[in-house]
Write a protein that binds this ligand. Structure first.
Ligand SMILES: [Zn+2]
Length: 694
C-alpha cells in the first residue's frame, strides 16, 4: 500500500530550524515507513455501543478537486509555515516553552496558558499528514519534537510548560491545577489525542508513553478528587483524549477516570452555564454557554457512551442536538452566536444571572454582524456530530458535520492557508455597528491561536470523514474525488470515487478490488438532495432515496462494477424562522452543501451590501470560474439596488421612497470570503418587496 516516491520535503528546512542549527534544504528520497494496520482517527473498532466504525487515515485519500487541493496546500504550505510559527515567535512561543521546560535553554514561559494544547494539535495534524505522505523529513521532525516534550515532562507525568518553567526557575508557588484558567486539562487532553494518533500512524510508542505518564498523573491526582477539582476542565478536550487513550491501550483506569471526571461535573455546587456545569449533565436539554467547551463536552459524552453504554450520557445529547440544530446554529453551521451574553435560565434572581462568552445564545438569538462563531466551535461541531453518527449510523448527523466543515470551519482559514479568523460572522459592514474584539480580516497570528492548528488537523483528517464501515458494509459519507482501500469481512476492498463535488452532484464510484462475499455500499443522501438518481453498471435502480438517509446496495460486487449517483444541486433560496429577528425578511442562498454570500468585491463602487435587495423569484445561475478564488462555482443573477442611502446620526426617520434599479450580482461561497481584501459581506440579504398586483 505504501510505495516509495521521490519527493522534495517541505520540512527539509524546518526540521533543522527546530534545533537552531543552520538551515539548509535537504532533498530526500521519501522512505517507506514500516507498514502498520489502519490508523483510524477515533478508533471505535471495539466500541460496544457504536453502529459504525471509522476507517484508517491511510485508507481514504483525496485524489483530486476540492479536498485534494486543500490537503496539498496543507502538506506543502500550511503545515511547514505553522511549524515555523510555532517554533517560537516574538508574539508567543510554543515549542520554545517545551525546550525551556526540558532544560535545553533558559527563559520564562511566554504565551497563552493553552499554547501547549495548540502545539499538540499541530503534532496531531503532522501525524495525520504523515499517514498519507510518508514524508520521512516530517517524521524525523516529529520524533525530535517528541524527544523534547518527553524531556520536559516531570517524572510523575505532569506536563504543562508554564508551571514546569516556573518551577525550574525556582518559583515555589508554581503548582499543578491551581487555576482553572491554566487550561492544564485542555492541554493534556490534546496531548492524549495527538499521541494516540501518532502511535497508530508510526507504530512508535515514544509519544504514547508521554501520554500514558500524563494520564497516570491525572489518575493519581483526580481519582479521589472533590467536585471542585472538576472545574479544571474548561474546554474539555480530555474526555475525547482519555477515551482515545483507553481505546489505544485498553487500560480501564483511563476510561474510569474519564467517567469519574464527568460525574464530578454534576456535583459542582456553584457551577454556571458558561461551563455547562450549573446542573448535572443528565438533566441538560439545551445547549448553553461557551460553544467550544459545549461541543467538546458533547463529543466527549458521545465517546464515553460508545464505550460504556451509560444512558445518562446519551440521553441529554438528543435534546441538546435538536436544540442546537432547530434553535441555535447559524445557517453556515456556526455555533456560539454571542460574543458576550448572560444566562438567565438558571435563576430569576438578577443577582445570580451569570455571564457567558463566545456562547450559544438563547433560542433564536442569532445575530449576524456580531456573531462570534469561533472556528474551534465549528470544528467541535464536526467532532461531536461525527461521534453521534458513529453511535447511531444516522445521516442527519453527517448533514450537520458537512455543513460546518464546508462553511463555518473552512471560512476560518484563507485560501493560501496562512491567515486565520478566530470568529466567523455572517455579515460585515463598513462602518460596523459596534467595534468588536477580534479582527474583521484574517490574520497570521492572534493571541488566542487555538483555531489555526485546529483547522490544520481538521483538513489533515478530512478524508477520514468521507467513509465509515460496519461489519458488512462501507458507508460513503462525503463526496469528493478519492480512493478507499480497506477491509470488509476480512477481504480487501478498493473503491475509486470520481466527482467534482461540491461543485457538481454527479458521483461515480468504481469497485477496483473486492472479494466474492456479498457486502453493502451505503450511500449518503444529503438532506439537501431531492430526486437522487442511482445507477449500477448503467442500470437505473428503483431505491428509496429520502433526503438525510442512506441508500443501501447489497450485492456480490465484482471489480469493475460502477455506481453512479446524481445528487441534484439546484440553487436554494433560504429563509429563517421568523422568530430569528436578525434575519426577518431576508434571504440566504445555498447550493448543495455550500452557503453563499455577497461581497463588496463583486459590487459596483459605492454600493452598500444593505442596499442590495433579492427578489424572492431571483434566477441564480451556477457557473464554475476556475480563475476566481482558487476555482469556485459562483451564482449570478439580477437583483435590485436601492440608491445609496445617506444616514446621519439619527436612529429613526420616515421612510424615503426611492425606485430601485436592476443590479447584476455575483455570489461566492461563504468559506472563501475576505480573500480579496476588506469590504462588506453578508450571507443574509434583504428581500425585495413583492410587486403589487395590478
Ligand atoms: Zn479556537
Amino acid at each position: 500500500m505504501r510505495g516509495s516516491s521521490l519527493r522534495v520535503s517541505s520540512f527539509g528546512l524546518l526540521s533543522e530550524i527546530g534545533f537552531r542549527s543552520s538551515g539548509f534544504i535537504v532533498l530526500l528520497l521519501t522512505l517507506t515507513l514500516p507498514t502498520h494496520s489502519a490508523a483510524p482517527l477515533a478508533d471505535n473498532s471495539s466500541s460496544p455501543h457504536a453502529i459504525v466504525r471509522t476507517v484508517g487515515l491511510d485508507e481514504a485519500r483525496w485524489t483530486d478537486g476540492f479536498w485534494f487541493e486543500r490537503f496539498e496546500n496543507l502538506r506543502t504550505n500550511m503545515l511547514p509555515s505553522m511549524v515555523r510559527l510555532m517554533e517560537g515567535t516574538n508574539d508567543s512561543q510554543y515549542f520554545e516553552n517545551f525546550r525551556i521546560a526540558a532544560g535545553l535553554t533558559e527563559g520564562r514561559p511566554r504565551g497563552a496558558p493553552f499554547n501547549d494544547g495548540d502545539f499538540y494539535k499541530l503534532l496531531e495534524a503532522a501525524s495525520a499528514t504523515l499517514a498519507v505522505t510518508n514524508d520521512a523529513v516530517l517524521e524525523r521532525h516529529l520524533e525530535r519534537t517528541i524527544d523534547v516534550i518527553a524531556k520536559a515532562q516531570r517524572a510523575d507525568g505532569y506536563i504543562h510548560t508554564p508551571v514546569l518553567i516556573r518551577q525550574r526557575n525556582g518559583d515555589t508557588n508554581a503548582r499543578p491545577f491551581r487555576d482553572r484558567n491554566n487550561f492544564e486539562m485542555y492541554n493534556m487532553g490534546h496531548l492524549l489525542t495527538a499521541a494516540c494518533l501518532h502511535h497508530r500512524v508510526t507504530g512508535r510508542t515514544n509519544f504514547l508513553s508521554v501520554a500514558r505518564k500524563a494520564a497516570d498523573f491525572l489518575d493519581a491526582t483526580f481519582r479521589d478528587a472533590s467536585p471542585e477539582s472538576a472545574r479544571s476542565s474548561v474546554c474539555p478536550s480530555h474526555y475525547m483524549g482519555m477515551v482515545e487513550l483507553y481505546r489505544t491501550t485498553r487500560e480501564p483506569r483511563y476510561l474510569a477516570l474519564a467517567k469519574k471526571l464527568f460525574e464530578l461535573r454534576g456535583q459542582i455546587a456553584d457551577g454556571g452555564d458558561d461551563n455547562q456545569d450549573r446542573i448535572p449533565f443528565e438533566r441538560q436539554t439545551n445547549a448553553m454557554g461557551h460553544a467550544v467547551r459545549a461541543n467538546y463536552l458533547y463529543a466527549g459524552a458521545a465517546d464515553l457512551f460508545m464505550e460504556t453504554g451509560d444512558e445518562s450520557l446519551w440521553k441529554p445529547l438528543g435534546p441538546i442536538w435538536t436544540n442546537v440544530v432547530q434553535r441555535k446554529m447559524h445557517i453556515t453551521g456556526g455555533c456560539g452566536a454571542l460574543y458576550d451574553g448572560a444566562s438567565p435560565d438558571g435563576s430569576r434572581d438578577q443577582e445570580t444571572i451569570t455571564r457567558t462568552h463566545q456562547a450559544y445564545g438563547r433560542n433564536y438569538q442569532l445575530p449576524n454582524t456580531t456573531a462570534h462563531n469561533e472556528t474551534c466551535a465549528s470544528i467541535g461541531s464536526v467532532l461531536w456530530n461525527w461521534r453521534m453518527f458513529l453511535t447511531t449510523g444516522e445521516a442527519r448527523f453527517v448533514d450537520v458535520l458537512e455543513l460546518a466543515l464546508y462553511n463555518s470551519a473552512l471560512s476560518g482559514v484563507s485560501l493560501d492557508g496562512t491567515n486565520f479568523f478566530y470568529t466567523n460572522p455572517l455579515r460585515v459592514t463598513d462602518p460596523m455597528p459596534v467595534e468588536l474584539r477580534w479582527s474583521r480580516t484574517r490574520v497570521p497570528f492572534v493571541s488566542s491561536f487555538c483555531c489555526p492548528p485546529n483547522i490544520l488537523r481538521t483538513i489533515a483528517e478530512s478524508a477520514s470523514y468521507a467513509y465509515a464501515k460496519s461489519s458488512d458494509a462501507i458507508w460513503v459519507n462525503l463526496y469528493g474525488a478519492n480512493t478507499l482501500t480497506t477491509k470488509v469481512r476480512g477481504r480487501t476492498v478498493k473503491l475509486a470515487q470520481e466527482t467534482e463535488s461540491p461543485w457538481n452532484g454527479r458521483v461515480r464510484i468504481t469497485v477496483k478490488e473486492c472479494g466474492a462475499e456479498v457486502f453493502g455500499l451505503k450511500l449518503r443522501v444529503p438532506g439537501w438532495a431531492k430526486g437522487v438518481l442511482l445507477r449500477v453498471n448503467g442500470a437505473l435502480q428503483q431505491v428509496s432515496a429520502m433526503p438525510a438517509s442512506y441508500i443501501e446496495l447489497q450485492r456480490a460486487w465484482k471489480p469493475g462494477d460502477v455506481v453512479e449517483m446524481d445528487l441534484p444541486m439546484p440553487v436554494r433560496l433560504m429563509e429563517a424562522n421568523p422568530l430569528v429577528e436578525e434575519t426577518l425578511n431576508q434571504i440566504a442562498v445555498q447550493r448543495g452543501p455550500i452557503v453563499y454570500c455577497l461581497e463588496s468585491a463583486d459590487l459596483p463602487a459605492g454600493t452598500r451590501i444593505s442596499d442590495v435587495l433579492i427578489p424572492a423569484g431571483i434566477d441564480l445561475v451556477a457557473r464554475y470560474d476556475r480563475r476566481l478564488l482558487g476555482g469556485v462555482v459562483i451564482l449570478e443573477g439580477m437583483a435590485q439596488a436601492r440608491p445609496a442611502a445617506k444616514w446621519n446620526d439619527e436612529l429613526y426617520r420616515e421612510v424615503q421612497h426611492a425606485t430601485t434599479a436592476p443590479l447584476k450580482i455575483v455570489l461566492v461561497p461563504y468559506s472563501v470570503w475576505a480573500n480579496r481584501g476588506g469590504g462588506e459581506m453578508s450571507v443574509w440579504l434583504p428581500r425585495a418587496a413583492a410587486t403589487a398586483p395590478r
